[in-house]
Write a protein that binds this ligand. Structure first.
Ligand code: CDP
Length: 222
């Protein structure tokens, strides 16, 4: 049986950095489910679909195929066979991902892919609903969060590093809006699974969080 580690939490809590490191340490594969939602969103944006129109988005879902592959250990996201990994990281695509993630047709499409990966591989999977809906039987479940201010600062620094000149207040408001949208949607809202361990990373280093998760893994799985 494969071992599954689920890491959920709001935007900017550090899930992807942490999940990647935990996966590396354990030689598991890292599955970034947010990237799958982003690829779906890119498809809708390219098709000029009104993302507020559920029927139109649902219609488009029948022609889209999202897949993932690994190159030198890095996850690459495929949209109808095209590698879109470099195109899905903008704030525009992130916000659109959060908007299309409320629709059941979008979630059903990606759920299948996520569950089949976890059945056949040892995975560290991060997202919003992994412990609560995608992998309810995961051996380790983490709910990783941090204050809005800390998360906005982290996002700000990331964007500055990329050469952009963001406005911290806009980022903070985007985070508040995205949290609200993710926590209040009807299907698979962002929430802490009953059996998930809560880690607040506001005052913890990356290594500190990684070590805590590895210790929980050792207690449960070794
Ligand atoms: O990197 P960031 O935390 O900004 O977002 P992400 O993990 O790339 O996910 C983008 C959006 O996809 C989120 O705001 C969620 O609305 C949605 N998502 C989801 O609904 N369920 C997941 N398992 C992962 C992402």
């Amino acid at each position: 049986m494969s071992i599954n580690i689920a890491i959920d939490g709001p935007a900017g809590a550090g899930k992807s950095t942490i999940a990647k490191r935990v996966a590396e340490k354990l030689s598991f594969i890292y599955v970034d489910t947010g990237a799958m939602y982003r690829a779906m969103a890119l498809y809708m944006l390219r098709g000029r679909v009104d993302i507020k129109d559920e029927a139109a988005v649902t219609d488009m879902c029948s022609n889209v195929h999202v897949g993932i592959t690994y190159e030198d250990g890095e996850q690459r996201v495929l949209l109808n066979e095209e590698d879109v990994s470099g195109l899905i990281r903008s704030e525009e695509v992130g916000n659109a991902a959060s908007a299309v993630a409320v629709y059941s047709a979008v979630r059903a499409k990606l759920l299948e892919l996520q569950q089949s990966l976890a059945r056949t591989h040892n995975v560290v999977m991060d997202g919003r609903d992994i412990g609560s809906a995608v992998l309810p039987g995961a051996q380790v479940k983490i709910y990783l969060t941090a204050s809005v201010h800390t998360r906005a600062e982290r996002r700000y620094k990331e964007l500055v590093k990329k050469g952009e000149s963001p406005d911290i207040q806009v980022i903070e408001q985007d985070i508040i809006d995205r949290d609200y949208q993710d926590m209040h949607r009807k299907i698979s809202p962002l929430c802490q699974a009953e059996d998930a361990v809560l880690i607040d990373s506001s005052r913890l280093s990356i290594d500190g969080v990684v070590d805590r998760i590895l210790n929980i893994y050792k207690e449960r799985c070794c």
